[in-house]
Design a protein around this ligand. Structure first.
Ligand code: F0G
Length: 369
């Protein structure tokens, strides 16, 4: 079959010249990236001033989250270096991506997961891709500490957490795609912050394309942490982070310094959203724009909704939002698919009504016809 049917669409194929790969690097890809940038007329109307708001829908990557962008690079490089197996700590999405890409590469995969804190869909992914699941009696920060200790011990296993720089290299390609789609960088970029790799990676992507003259401006990077898991916002390690947005339940982020630099250097900010705001934003986006994301992924939308609501004009994200000019552009990254965490919705919903008889009368009665 024609070569062009193989590995011709993934992040490495599309952005090879900007990534740490050579002609001999074995490319492990599932055709990740090139996700849609979806115009949101309703969010745009809420912001007003002729602004346009776009959603970068990263839930449409092969394993359902933005993690695939970094994982294709990290796993390809690990394979090139001769690694037989990889390891990561995760709140669920990194492990799902690592498990899938390791399976594709024919490598072993160990995932360290905080006990009882992983959403159902993500746990299912690690199982089905045959990862060795190691449940840690602790939180994500404990699991990441263990992975660092494994790395220091010299054990023959490649670390694919974002402390591996190849991960951020892959993730920066989302910024390239946005500039490609819009023809220019946005004025502001909103996104959730957990282990703080993604905001750092986007900033790297934006600054690289700016330096190459592919964009004339740089966006203000505005990161949102969950109120109960907001170490960067409070500028201190949080020992027992708590939020129902399990993907970002992190108290000591690995890319803390890089993320702080990204948000400061860009004239952006770090802010917080409550669990209630996150759930409302998740429902709002699904009901009003047809886009279903997991709770953590809705943090950026929650932030924007807060600042476009009457009277809610306090908080650190206000200044960067006000700096968006008339007819400006805001991009919000939604990081993972809603089907990752069905419980988040089902737990808040009323039970289904009992089954109706399979008759015309019964259905027409229900429809009020
Ligand atoms: N959104 C989702 C859906 C995530 O899974 C994560 C992180 C984030 C946002 C935050 O991104 O860490 O780059 O600031 N998930 C990691 C994991 C920690 O293990 O899957 P970040």
């Amino acid at each position: 079959m024609d070569r062009k049917f193989f590995n011709d669409r993934g992040v490495i194929a599309r952005w090879r010249e900007f990534l740490p790969v050579t002609a001999t690097t074995p490319v492990v890809s599932l055709n990740e990236g090139s996700t849609p940038l979806i115009h949101s007329p309703r969010l745009s109307a809420l912001v007003g001033h002729g602004c346009r708001v776009f959603i970068k829908y990263e839930g449409l990557n092969p394993t359902g989250s933005f993690k695939d962008r970094g994982m294709t690079v990290a796993i390809s490089k690990a394979l090139e270096a001769g690694a037989r197996s990889v390891i990561c700590a995760s709140t669920g999405n990194t492990s799902a991506a690592a498990a899938a890409y390791a399976a594709r590469a024919g490598m072993g995969c160990y995932v360290l997961l905080p006990a009882g804190k992983i959403a159902l869909g993500k746990m299912t992914q690690s199982i089905v891709h045959n990862a060795q699941i190691i449940t840690v009696d602790g939180n994500f920060d404990d699991a990441l500490r263990l992975v660092r200790e494994v790395a220091e011990s010299g054990a023959p296993v490649a670390v694919v957490n974002s402390i591996n720089a190849h991960r951020l290299e892959g993730q920066k390609t989302a910024a390239f795609e946005i500039i490609d789609d819009l023809g220019e960088a946005p004025d502001a970029h909103f996104l959730p912050v957990g282990n703080a790799g993604n905001v750092s990676a986007y900033w790297k992507g934006y600054t690289e394309f700016h330096a190459l003259g592919r964009s004339m401006k740089l966006p203000r990077m505005v990161g949102f942490q969950a109120a109960g898991a907001a170490p960067i916002f409070h500028d201190r390690v949080i020992d027992a982070p708590e939020t129902l947005a399990s993907a970002i339940r992190i108290g000591n982020p690995a890319s803390w310094k890089l993320a702080t630099a990204a948000m400061n250097d860009s004239g952006g900010a770090v802010d917080i959203v409550s669990d209630e705001e996150i759930l409302l934003a998740q429902r709002w986006l699904a009901a009003n724009e047809g886009i279903f994301v997991e709770p953590a992924s809705a943090a950026g939308v929650a932030g924007l909704l807060r600042y476009t609501k009457d009277g809610a004009l306090e908080g650190r994200a206000l200044a960067p939002l006000r700096a968006v000019p008339d007819e400006g552009v805001i991009v919000i990254t939604v990081t993972g698919h809603g089907l990752k965490d069905p419980d988040a919705i089902l737990k808040q919903s009323i039970p289904l009504a009992p089954a109706i008889p399979a008759t015309r009368e019964a259905i027409l009665g229900l429809l009020g016809a």
